[in-house]
Design a protein around this ligand. Structure first.
Ligand SMILES: [Zn+2]
Length: 380
């Protein structure tokens, strides 16, 4: 496949800062690792610069008032009026704080998504990967969960305008609530989110009963997992739902959010995947994308700094058909420490009673899903 990697330094040089979980280092190190592996030297692998989204493009999803507010809060004056504005639109200092240059940085992420969408729509590349994006929690007029502009939903809206139907698969540990909400009432976008259940866990949504409304009923699909779900169970559920539904839906474009906060060493989530399990998911998505011919992929969550660069490097290897030596290259190891591309360790095995509970929860969820959508989907 011809593959595009959408990236430049402006995507991370300003942001929430180094003390925030969404550290710029996650994205920078991924690029550094891929560069050290010479991943952009292959003739089918293209390093592509993003561009800022235009105001009209942001308005494909967001309200004009919200876009104005983001622009105003982007040059913080910290007056009373700004504080009210920040509160109204979800900018919380402890979660999604406004920062200087926010409008430009977040608008560039949306533009990166659109560059990728344009490349795959025109058939210039079969896959495009925007690692700095995947801001799946942002709403029409609300910042949430580190997300300001929902680059994913903006790009999907643009793809719909080109006449495409879109299947969206979200494997971040958090429910892809913003993307689900944006397309909850349409059957032109199938959204499937697999995530840690929203029981005392952000954003508190994503249960099997959330299935879409009106003409979109059955086109919002959720597979929640209890904490301590291991990768065998996760992969089993993925295979039950994702390939059969995406194949039946037969989209023109596959869009994926590839957050890696499902990893067992990630501190934000409590699922127990390794890089091997993550790679199996990406390979599953790649084989679906091969039949479709257009794949727009995003990064997303992932907060263990020594995990994210390896996981996204493995993912881009799948996309661009490259395999890299398992020992981290010296140019990268000198700065970030030596190690292996794949995990050499894994989580402690879960106790039998916990394994039984996590499996029963998934099976119950799938039973609800299948029963309530039997008129929409053929379940094997
Ligand atoms: Zn996440």
């Amino acid at each position: 496949m011809e593959a595009a990697f959408i990236y430049n330094e402006a995507l991370w040089s300003r942001g929430f800062g180094d003390s925030h979980p969404l550290r710029p280092e996650r994205v920078k190190r991924t690029y550094d690792l891929l560069t050290a592996y010479r991943a952009f030297d292959a003739p089918n692998s293209h390093l592509v610069e993003p561009r800022p989204a235009t105001r009209d493009e942001l308005l494909l999803l967001h309200t004009a008032e919200y876009v104005d507010a983001v622009e105003r809060l982007s040059a913080p004056r910290d007056g009373g009026e700004e504080r009210v504005l920040a509160q109204c639109y979800g900018f919380r200092p402890d979660e999604t704080p406004a920062f200087a240059g926010m409008f430009e940085t977040e608008g560039l992420k949306a533009g990166a998504a659109l560059v990728g969408a344009e490349l795959v729509a025109r058939g210039q590349t079969q896959v495009a990967f925007s690692i700095a994006g995947g801001m799946h929690h942002a709403r029409l007029a609300l910042a949430s969960g580190f997300c300001v502009f929902n680059d994913v939903a903006v790009a999907i809206h643009w793809l719909l305008r080109q006449g495409f139907r879109v299947a969206y698969v979200d494997i971040d540990v958090h429910h892809g609530d913003g993307v689900q909400a944006a397309f909850y009432d349409t059957d032109r976008v199938l959204t499937i989110s697999l995530h840690q259940a929203g029981i005392m866990f952000y954003p508190g949504t994503g249960f099997p009963e959330e299935l879409g409304k009106d003409g979109g009923y059955g086109y919002s699909i959720n597979v929640p997992f209890l904490p301590y779900t291991d990768e065998d169970l996760y992969l089993w559920a993925f295979r039950q739902v994702v390939p059969p539904l995406v194949r039946q839906f037969a989209p023109d474009v596959l869009v994926t959010q590839l957050g890696v906060d499902t990893h067992y060493r990630d501190r934000l989530g409590s699922l127990l995947l390794t890089t091997q399990g993550y790679l199996a998911l990406v390979e599953g998505l790649a084989s679906l994308a091969e039949g479709i011919g257009r794949w727009l992929a995003f990064g997303g969550g992932g907060y263990a700094i020594d995990v994210v660069p390896r996981a996204w490097t493995l993912a881009y290897g799948v996309m661009s058909g490259q395999s890299f030596p398992d020992e981290l290259p010296p140019a990268y190891a000198e700065r970030c420490g030596p190690g292996r591309l794949h995990d050499v360790e894994g989580p402690e095995p879960v106790e039998a009673w916990a394994a039984k509970q996590t499996r029963a929860y998934v099976e119950k969820g799938l039973a609800v899903l299948k029963a309530r959508t039997k008129d929409v989907w053929q379940w094997g």
